[in-house]
Design a protein around this ligand. Structure first.
Ligand code: NAI
Length: 432
């Protein structure tokens, strides 16, 4: 292969550092490592040409190398302009894996990077599998390169927002291939979205601002999985947390978890730190900025940058960059601190979720790719979820690393609750 043209990263000299951190991450990613063990010989992904578009971090590097160890050819781009860890991208490039990702690219470069991954396989062959996070790669292929669709066996999608896009396509009849919704595996959304954000949100705010969290008033918009983790993160750091919601069930959960629940319009003036987690748009807009206190920190941890009206700020305030991904806006005498330009803050200002929780997510991703590649004919052009026994398998693979002992059902007990001793242990409608 002409490796010279097969990657674009910030600095290839960061590869050694990246490799050392990848080694550390492997030890924290038992799910992926045991899939390597299980499938190293049989190479069930042989022939698969997977184009991936997912935050190019150290954890993602372990996913990429797992897919390759299972026999796939892989090309990669990052699904956010700020989320690449340059040493991770360099290590992947140095391993001769086509990767197009660097922290702080612009929107044009973002599209260019995704485009490169479509045909960067050996011999210039095009992709035949999609692994996506947020749907930008999927949309690129379906809307701009429809001629590539016929060879693609399926796609797996990582996040809530990307799954919404796929469901719209299924409803409109514009989904031309089977898709697996990885997000809604229990071992993904109830772990990565929740426990991941629980660790990575405050980490990001601290790295960006070094502000004292204890005693501050934090406002979290949305109390879904990401909102639950975010509110817990801020509470854990000693902040007093207020939640906003539009769903009565989630609002009741927030209240009974001990959070004050208010309307954004009423809470915004009390807040020192505001975090949007809704996956919806127009959550923090001009009238909210006008009411905020001086030096309010505003950030978003949802997938896209349309939760906070950054264009209003750019039009109505003067911007000074404090450091990359931290901007101060002067708004007629008071100042607002905006993190990561309103893009997902835990990847923009910190390094995303820790390896252990990402191992759960990425073990689901790998199982989804295995399933779509090997059992293609079992799937129609719809959005599917992995079966519960695989969800339970993902969890099981992560127990011993953290010293969990699992009790085992006797045959008699299993019969009594209507399951088998090997599982699945819960009906489909169980919510965890
Ligand atoms: P979710 O659907 O579980 O939660 C979103 C919540 O926001 C819902 O409870 C909804 O009722 C609420 N909401 C919607 N509009 C609202 C409004 N106007 N005001 C207040 N609340 C409102 O979704 P989940 O899984 O929590 O994901 C949220 C976003 O975070 C998505 O964009 C997802 O893709 C992204 N995500 C980001 C991660 C990260 O590491 N930064 C990790 C996982 C997901």
């Amino acid at each position: 292969i002409d490796t010279a043209s097969k990657f674009k990263v910030k600095d290839i000299n960061l590869a050694d550092w990246g490799r050392k951190e990848i080694k550390l991450a492997e030890a924290e990613m038992p799910g992926l490592m045991s899939l390597r063990e299980e499938y190293r010989q049989s190479k069930p992904l042989a022939g698969a040409r997977i184009a991936g578009c997912l935050h190019m971090t150290i954890q993602t590097a372990v996913l990429i190398e797992t897919l390759i160890e299972l026999g796939a050819e892989v090309t990669w781009s990052s699904c956010n302009i700020f989320s690449t860890q340059d040493h991770a991208a360099a290590a992947i490039a140095a391993a001769n894996i086509p990767v197009y990702a660097w922290k702080g690219m612009n929107e044009t470069e973002f599209d260019w990077c995704i485009e490169q991954t479509l045909t960067a396989f050996e011999g210039g062959k095009p992709l035949n599998m999609i692994l996506d996070d947020g749907g930008d790669l999927t949309n690129m292929v379906l809307d701009r390169y429809p001629e590539l669709v016929k060879d693609i066996k399926g796609l797996s999608e990582e996040t809530t927002t990307g799954v919404h896009r796929l469901q719209e396509r299924e409803e409109n009849g514009t989904l031309p291939m089977p898709a697996i919704n990885v997000n809604d595996s229990v071992t993904k959304s109830k772990f990565d979205n929740k426990y991941g954000c629980k660790e990575s949100l405050v980490d990001a705010i601290r790295r960006a601002t070094d502000v004292m969290m204890a005693g501050k008033v934090a406002l979290v918009a949305g109390y879904g999985d990401v909102g639950k983790g975010s509110a817990a993160s801020l509470r854990g750091a000693g902040a007093r947390v207020i939640v906003t919601e539009i769903d009565p069930i989630c609002a009741l959960q927030a209240a009974m978890d001990g959070f004050e629940v208010k309307k954004m319009d009423n809470a915004v003036e009390e807040a020192d730190i505001i975090v949007t987690t809704t996956g919806n748009k127009d959550i923090v807009v001009g009238r909210h900025f006008e009411k905020m206190k001086d030096k309010t920190i505003v950030c978003n941890i949802g997938h896209f940058d349309n939760e906070i009206d950054v264009s209003w700020l750019n039009a109505n305030a003067t911007k000074t960059e404090i450091k990359p991904q931290v901007d101060l806006y002067d708004l007629k005498g008071k100042e607002i601190i905006l993190l990561a330009e309103g893009r997902l803050v835990n990847l923009g200002c910190a390094t995303g979720h820790p390896s252990f929780v990402m191992s759960n997510s990425f073990t689901n991703q790998t199982l989804a790719q295995l399933e779509l590649w090997n059992n293609t004919d079992a799937y129609e052009n719809k959005v599917y979820m992995l079966p519960k026994h695989l969800d339970e398998k993902v969890a099981r693979l992560h127990l011993s690393k953290i010293g969990v002992e699992l009790d085992v059902l006797s045959k008699d007990q299993a019969e009594y609750i209507g399951v088998t001793p090997e599982g699945p242990y819960k009906p489909e409608y169980y919510r965890y």
